[in-house]
Structure formats: structure tokens, C-alpha cells
Design a protein around this ligand. Structure first.
Ligand SMILES: C[S@@+](CC[C@H](N)C(=O)[O-])C[C@H]1O[C@@H](n2cnc3c(N)ncnc32)[C@H](O)[C@@H]1O
Length: 270
């Protein structure tokens, strides 16, 4: 059993590294992940464990990886994909290459879904550059392997499952065409320098991440999303997320029933 003081210290360490905020009701969840980590490290006292975390960012990276919620699946929020499919050809007509960012990408279902839609709409994956970013290196390793369960592909239309996957044991493996189209990078949305190093994107998907942050971290993330979005680009958030209370630098636009965000221009502000 963690004391309240130890729990507070652990959640401070996790929040410092990732921005993820664990409320009191998540104590059991954190306790569970910590005891798993301690077992793996062969550490038996919580005092020694806290000391290890204080001395090693690598151990904190492992703990954060254990505490992330990686829930995701192919073709999540279909109405947003329809909006993306509607906007993509116009964007591609204006550029040699369209850049697409999925942050957080978790185990890869989201960026691979975007690769499928792109291939279906443009018929050429060389017209886009797709980047998937997540703070969790274990999730990213699975994304790179590209092997998925039946549950993960259950919302994917069968014709795409047949076209873009091959059977691998009990799972479904992404074909090389899609694997080659997505680049995965470990990174933190709250790290300004890292975010700037990514450059600008025409489509930014930041779905189901802001819900884990407090207002302060939400605002920092919003400022970084603003930085990576190109002037005519579109930002997609999760269905439970909205920019309205976080930042006034975006304006909502409705496309095919989906609320997306674009950069507020000076003209809009007048
Ligand atoms: C629920 S998943 C969302 C995946 C996908 N966008 C979707 O909506 O299906 C949340 C992900 O956020 C990642 N994450 C948490 N904090 C992060 C941070 N500060 N920077 C980048 N990724 C983070 C977690 O590792 C986890 O994989």
C-alpha cells in the first residue's frame, strides 16, 4: 500500500516527465504499475525505488511507459476520417508533399489509418509524409512491428483488412507499403524544442491526449500544436476535447460534421 505522501511524490515525478495528471482515484492504478516495475527491477523497498527514480531518467521513462493509457484502434472516429478525406485532395493540389502528424500515435493504429485513407484517396503514398509521435517507447516499438489483434482492426472495413494486412499467427500484420509510409518518433508534446524540430504539418491529429492534462499543460500543448500547424493546416482533436476553453489562437471549422481547428488569422480577429 502506498502512503499518500509516496503517491504524491510518484505522481509528481510522472507529471514532470509527461504532463499526465493522476487524480486521487487513480492511486490503485499507479500502485499496481509501480509494484510491477519494482518487481522487474528487483527492488523491494519503496524508499530505494524513489531513490532510483530520482537518480535515473531512464527508470522514469519506464515508469511513465507503464502508466500510459494506450487505448486506440483502426478507423477510430470515422466522421473525422471523412473530413480528412474531403480536405486531402485540395491540400495535395497546393503542395508537392502534404505532411501529417499523429501525436500521440500510441501503438500506431491512427497514423496507419491515415496512410490507408491517403492511399485510397490519392493513390500515392509518396505525396505525403506521415509522422507518429508518442512519449511511450514500448507503444512505439509495437507500432513499428505493426502486428495487430482482431479487436484492433474490428472497425476497419473488411476490404481494407484484406488489402493492407497479411495474417501473422493470430494477428494481422501491416503490409510494407504502409509500414514504409509512417515514421515513428519518441517525443513529448510539452517539449518545445522537440516540437519545433518536427517542422510544420498540414494535418495534425492530437486525439485523446489533452484529457489527461491539467489546464496548464493543456495550454502548453496547445501552443506547441499551434507552432507545428501550417498556416492553412487543420487540427483534429478527440471527440471529448475542445480548444475553446484552452486557447484563443484557433478557430473551429465544421467539415463533414467534424469540428476541426485552424489557426486564427489577424483578419478573423478584427
Ligand atoms: C489514449 S492514447 C491516444 C491514441 C490515439 N491518438 C487515439 O486517439 O486513438 C494516449 C497516448 O498519449 C501518450 N502520451 C501521454 N503523454 C504524452 C506526452 N506528454 N507527449 C506525447 N504523448 C503522450 C500515451 O503514451 C498514449 O499512448
Amino acid at each position: 500500500m502506498l502512503t499518500q505522501e509516496t503517491f504524491d511524490e510518484l505522481r509528481r515525478i510522472i507529471k514532470n516527465y509527461s504532463g499526465i495528471n493522476f487524480e486521487d482515484r487513480k492511486k490503485y492504478f499507479v500502485e499496481n504499475r509501480v509494484s510491477q516495475h519494482m518487481k522487474e527491477l528487483g527492488i523491494t523497498s519503496i524508499k530505494d525505488y524513489l531513490l532510483t527514480l530520482r537518480l535515473s531518467q531512464e527508470r522514469v521513462r519506464e515508469l511513465v511507459s507503464k502508466c500510459t493509457v494506450n487505448e486506440t484502434y483502426f478507423y477510430r472516429e470515422f466522421y473525422q476520417l471523412e473530413a480528412f478525406a474531403e480536405l486531402l485532395p485540395q491540400m495535395a493540389a497546393r503542395r508537392r508533399k502534404v505532411r501529417i502528424l499523429s501525436i500521440p500515435c500510441s501503438t500506431g493504429e491512427e497514423p496507419y489509418t491515415l496512410a490507408i485513407v491517403t492511399n485510397e484517396i490519392l493513390g500515392d503514398l509518396n505525396r505525403v509524409e506521415i509522422v507518429g509521435v508518442d512519449i511511450d517507447y514500448v507503444a512505439l516499438k509495437r507500432a513499428q512491428e505493426g502486428i495487430y489483434s482482431d479487436r484492433s482492426v474490428s472497425k476497419l472495413p473488411d476490404k481494407y483488412l484484406q488489402k493492407y494486412f497479411s495474417r501473422n499467427g493470430n494477428g494481422w500484420e501491416i503490409k510494407p507499403l504502409l509500414k514504409k509510409a509512417v515514421k515513428f518518433i519518441e517525443g513529448n508534446i510539452l517539449d518545445r524544442r522537440f516540437m519545433r524540430s518536427l517542422g510544420r504539418f498540414e494535418f495534425v491529429f492530437c486525439k485523446n491526449l489533452l484529457i489527461y492534462f491539467d489546464t496548464k499543460e493543456q495550454r502548453i500543448a496547445a501552443a506547441h500544436l499551434y507552432d507545428v500547424l501550417s498556416e492553412d493546416g487543420y487540427l483534429f482533436l478527440g471527440h471529448a476535447e475542445s480548444m475553446s476553453r484552452i486557447s484563443s489562437t484557433f478557430r473551429p471549422v465544421k467539415v463533414k460534421g467534424a469540428i476541426l481547428y485552424q489557426k486564427e488569422t489577424e483578419e478573423d480577429e478584427e
